[in-house]
Every structure is written in C-alpha cells, then in structure tokens.
Design a protein around this ligand. Structure first.
Ligand code: ASN
Ligand code: ZN
Ligand code: CA
Length: 332
C-alpha cells in the first residue's frame, strides 16, 4: 500500500526471525521504516557521537542472529522500535513518542563494551551498547520498550528523574517495556514481568529487575517508606512496579508463560488482579492526564484512581483494585 516500503526479514539475537519494514533506495535497502514515522537504524561502529552510518545493504535480510554480524543488533533495535511504535498505536492510539507521527531513530554499537542503553530527548534518539562480553548487547525487546518509553514520559507527565517522581519515571518505563514485550507475542522472547531477562546483565543469567517482588534484585523497594525517595530511581521504581504487577495479576503465586511469580503484599492483604490490559490503560491515562513533573507516590495513587474512575467508573471493580494494590505496597 505504501510505495517504496519493503518487507524485510530480521534475524535477531533475542527475538528469532521477524519481519522488518525497510526501504529501497537504488539497488540497496536501508533500515528505514516509512510506515512508522520514518524510523531509521544507524551503526555507530563503536563511536559515541553523531549518527554513524545508516544500515544499508543489497539484501533485505538483516543480521544472522549472532553478535559477530553487525546488522544483528540493528535487527533487534529495529524490531524493538517497530513493536514499541505498534504497541503505543494499537493499545492507546498514540502515534509515536510525541504523538505527532514522527519516528525517532536508533543507534547501535555505541562505544566499546558499553553496558547500557539510553533514550536521549535532545537527539530524539535511542542508543544501545554491545555489552562487555560478560553480558550481551542491550538490544532486547523489553529494554527497547523501556528506553523509548522514557521519551513518552518526557513528552507527557515529564516526571522529574530524581526522588519519588524519578522512581515513577523508571517504573513507567518498566511497565510500558513489559507491555511491549507481551504485545509483540514473540515466541522466542515471550512476555514476562521481568526486566532485562535476556541480556545476562549480571553475568549469571538473572534478570535486572523483578516486578512481582522487586527486592529480589537486592536493591529495589517492594513497598513505600519515607526513605524511598532517597534511593536510586532504578530502585525506588520497585514500589510502582510491584503495584502494577499486583493490579494486573494479583498477589501470591502464579505461573505465566512458564515463569513462576510469587508476589507479596506489605499489609498481608490479598489482591485480585484486573488483568494487564486494564492496568496498562489506567497507568497510561494517569501518565498522560493526571501526573506532572513532581508527582510522588501519594499523588500517583490519586492519579491512577482518577484514571480508573474515568475509564471504569467510581466504585468499579477496577477502581477498587487500584486502591487495594497501592495499599498493598504501603501507599495509602
Ligand atoms: N538504561 C538506563 C535507564 O533507562 C539509562 C538511563 O538513562 N538512566 O534507566
Ligand atoms: Zn530507565
Ligand atoms: Ca521482560
């Protein structure tokens, strides 16, 4: 339906073989997705600034699944950008990170042995390191969804990246990154409530974060306390990640896509989940309608209750579950 838009194939490292949208230019293809705001994927080739070079080749099959092939990371990054775009569009009707139909761009092979990935509001771009070798490239789907969601937060609530609002900013990225991972229905990288489970970030195969019981990572908070705002934002996020898990799936033991979860409550209550789809709608509406740069945990409770009231009605099962899930992480 779109002229010049080609259906390529990505042989990713984390998500198996996927369809990727490319463009044809002369006798070569480029990793340019004109169906999603013109998103492009570039090779920094171990540099740390500029855009590097646009991925371009004579074949429309990108990467071979191995890290030795420079285009493999590009295939994962392009897939992450594509699924994140589609997730926001299909789930919330959001047309790109700024909701203006304009795509971002992605850069892979940043620096040498760089163990991180990051979104940058300045360039409106995504960047991925290759990992150190003790761990793997940072191009997994939930990482992509996490990072690009920082762009959505910047362009909506604008949650300041410090204290409790910083924890809410980080949790928004974990929540939406997880939303992307489930949305993609990829049979190689299935949806879960773990963050960074594919990239071997700790060198021992364990995930970076756990939403059912955040303290399993050794630093994150399971529940609110007056000192939570003093934690690193990747740890204070635990309170909202735990809230989101409880609201979606409920407390106690559960197995989803082969992964076992056991989610406690700080007040000994039992929480019954309303399902991830509704929990995502509530979080997104709260983020885009009620949260501001200075929203703290108490205000996040109010924001999500307002969102649940708008979507499902005051006193609805969903509205009551939001209150119960916050109380279960000590946000009263
Ligand atoms: N990967 C980190 C994060 O998104 C990088 C950063 O920007 N803080 O939280
Ligand atoms: Zn983040
Ligand atoms: Ca995950």
């Amino acid at each position: 339906q779109y002229q010049g838009i080609e259906t390529g194939v990505g042989k990713t490292h984390y998500s198996g073989q996927v369809n990727l949208t490319s463009s044809q230019s002369g006798s070569s293809y480029t990793l340019t997705d004109a169906s999603r705001g013109g998103h492009k994927t570039y090779n920094l080739n171990h540099g740390t600034n500029g855009t590097g070079t646009l991925f371009s080749q004579s074949s429309d099959t990108w990467g071979d699944g191995t890290n030795g092939n420079a285009a493999t990371a590009a295939a994962d990054a392009a897939y992450g950008a594509q699924e994140t775009w589609d997730f926001y569009k299909d789930t919330f009707g959001r047309n790109g990170i700024k909701n203006n139909g304009v795509g971002a761009y992605s850069r892979v092979h940043y620096g040498k042995a760089y163990v991180n990935a990051f979104w940058d509001d300045g360039c409106f771009c995504m960047t991925y390191g290759d990992g150190s070798g003790d761990n793997d490239p940072l191009t997994a789907l939930d990482v992509a969804g996490h990072e690009m969601s920082h762009g959505v937060t910047s362009n909506t609530a604008g949650l300041e990246y410090t204290g409790e609002s910083g924890g809410l900013n980080e949790a928004t990225s974990d929540i939406m990154g997880t939303g992307v991972e489930f949305y993609a229905k990829n049979t190689t990288d299935v949806g879960d409530y773990l963050i960074g489970e594919k990239i071997n970030i700790n060198g021992d195969g364990t995930p970076l974060r756990y939403m059912d019981k955040p303290s399993k990572d050794g630093g994150s908070a399971d529940a609110w306390s007056s000192s939570v705002g003093g934690l690193d934002v990747h740890y204070s996020s635990g309170v909202a990640n735990h809230f989101f898990y409880l609201l979606s799936e409920g407390s106690g033991k559960k197995t989803i896509n082969g992964v076992d979860y056991d989610s406690p409550t700080s007040d000994g209550s039992t929480v019954t989940g309303i399902g991830r789809d509704k929990a995502l709608q509530i979080w997104y509406k709260a983020l885009t309608t009620y949260m501001t740069s200075s929203t703290d945990y108490k205000a996040a409770r109010t924001a999500t209750l307002n969102a649940a009231k708008d979507l499902y009605g005051s006193g609805s099962t969903e509205y009551n579950a939001v209150g119960k899930a916050w109380s279960a992480v000590n946000v009263a």
